[in-house]
Design a binder for this molecule. Structure first.
Ligand SMILES: C[S@@+](CC[C@H](N)C(=O)[O-])C[C@H]1O[C@@H](n2cnc3c(N)ncnc32)[C@H](O)[C@@H]1O
Length: 373
């Protein structure tokens, strides 16, 4: 999708929010992935890399990834490889200069950080060719995080996301310009591109609902496609809204790894939009019913005791539920409160377990039956 921006452009508050998430996630992700026993290296691939900086020198996503990798205090067991693709010739040239500057000015690190020269070209083409090359020589593409930060919504076909996610330990973090997509949805000229992005025509259900509900249907359909067509076990969405609550963009994170989801949800939940005109307002449960701002520990206690009333459930299943079906990440503190209040009972505790300790995932907890009252 073409754009009318100059080679570098001003930094916007909503870009800062996106970068805050990326920064927090990469900080957590590099050491975890770099400790996987089978991994030979860890890859961060920035497929729509941009020029590397903004007009006042604010770092772009490639610079953020390089800085985090170079300055990380953890010792990585394997090399961290950073690769970038940018289609625009002038932005690519600018990015090459930024990358070189960061490489030579780098603080000493004992980690092996393999910063690849940025590739000039189309992300989908290069990513597909890279996956082909790995398949041909029988190598493992993962562990990898593929960041697909396109300008619009039409440059990332769903089958490409599927090709990444089918690889072991690979994750995709992808951007959709929600405002543009919903605004122009009735225009037949974009329908082919939208179908490519979704991997089918299922999104057309959005054409049958009132304008105000279109974005919700599109987000739901895209998430469904990521699960059902691209094979993502977990999908989590971040939505950025403007001052008047206009939806600006969505970031979708796809992973098959629960720890990855946990780290990304924490990164998204920590984004501070309090000082700006921007807000994110749907770090919600998949059923869209729960607003993040209302998710206090009291809310979670009430939710768990209602949801699991009268049942015996493992700690692991409860934690999975909290992670995939509520905006929250952790629940052990709340479980401790419930146990002390006699609302849950550990029924097969390991020997010597202390009250309110939940570090045995298989331990079963019985939730009291709440009856009709
Ligand atoms: C939203 S900007 C990227 C911003 C950057 N990720 C950051 O956070 O600083 C999207 C970039 O993708 C580039 N681009 C557009 N189409 C592309 C394509 N098909 N393949 C690779 N890059 C593309 C644009 O030139 C632009 O620099």
């Amino acid at each position: 999708m073409g754009d009318k921006l100059p080679v570098i452009w001003p930094y916007e508050p909503h870009t800062a929010a996106k970068h805050a998430i990326l920064r927090a996630y990469l900080s957590a992700w590099f050491p975890i992935l770099a400790s996987i026993k089978r991994a030979k290296r860890v890859l961060f691939l920035d497929g729509f890399a941009g020029p590397g900086e903004y007009t006042k020198g604010e770092p772009g996503s490639p610079a953020i990834a390089i800085q985090i990798a170079l300055q990380h205090r953890a010792q990585f067991r394997v090399p961290v490889r950073l690769a970038f693709i940018e289609a625009d010739k002038d932005r690519h040239a600018h990015l090459c200069r930024v990358v070189e500057r960061l490489r030579t000015g780098a603080a000493a690190t004992s980690n092996q950080i393999d910063i690849r020269p940025p590739i000039l070209g189309d992300c989908a083409t290069h990513l597909a060719a890279t996956l082909d090359a790995y398949a041909k020589r029988g190598g493992e593409f993962g562990p990898a995080l593929v960041f697909l930060d396109q300008f619009g919504y039409s440059d990332v076909p769903m089958p490409l996301i599927a090709r990444v996610l089918v690889q072991p330990r690979c994750e995709v973090f992808t951007y959709i310009h929600a405002e543009g997509m919903t605004r122009f949805l009735k225009k037949a000229e974009i329908h082919g591109a939208v179908s490519d992005a979704f991997g089918s025509d299922d999104w057309k259900r959005a054409l049958t609902v009132p304008q105000g509900e279109r974005a919700k249907v599109l987000a739901h359909e895209y998430e469904r496609a990521l699960r059902e067509r691209a094979g993502a076990r977990y999908v989590w969405r971040f939505a950025m809204h403007g001052a008047d609550d206009t939806l600006l963009y969505w970031l979708f994170f796809c992973t098959n790894d629960r720890l990855g989801l946990e780290k990304m949800k924490s990164a998204m939940n920590d984004v501070d939009t309090s000082g700006g005109y921007f807000s994110f307002s749907d770090a919600r449960s998949p059923d869209q019913a729960i607003m993040f701002s209302r998710c206090t520990p009291e809310w979670l206690a009430e939710h768990l005791t209602t949801h699991f009333a009268g049942r015996e459930v493992s700690v692991d299943a409860i934690e999975e539920h909290v992670l995939v079906a509520t905006p929250l990440v952790k629940c052990r503190g709340v479980l401790g409160g419930l146990e002390r209040a006699g609302k849950i009972t550990a029924i097969n505790p390991p020997k010597g377990r202390r009250k309110a300790a939940f570090n045995h995932p298989g331990m079963l907890l019985r939730f009291e039956n709440r009856g009709l009252g």
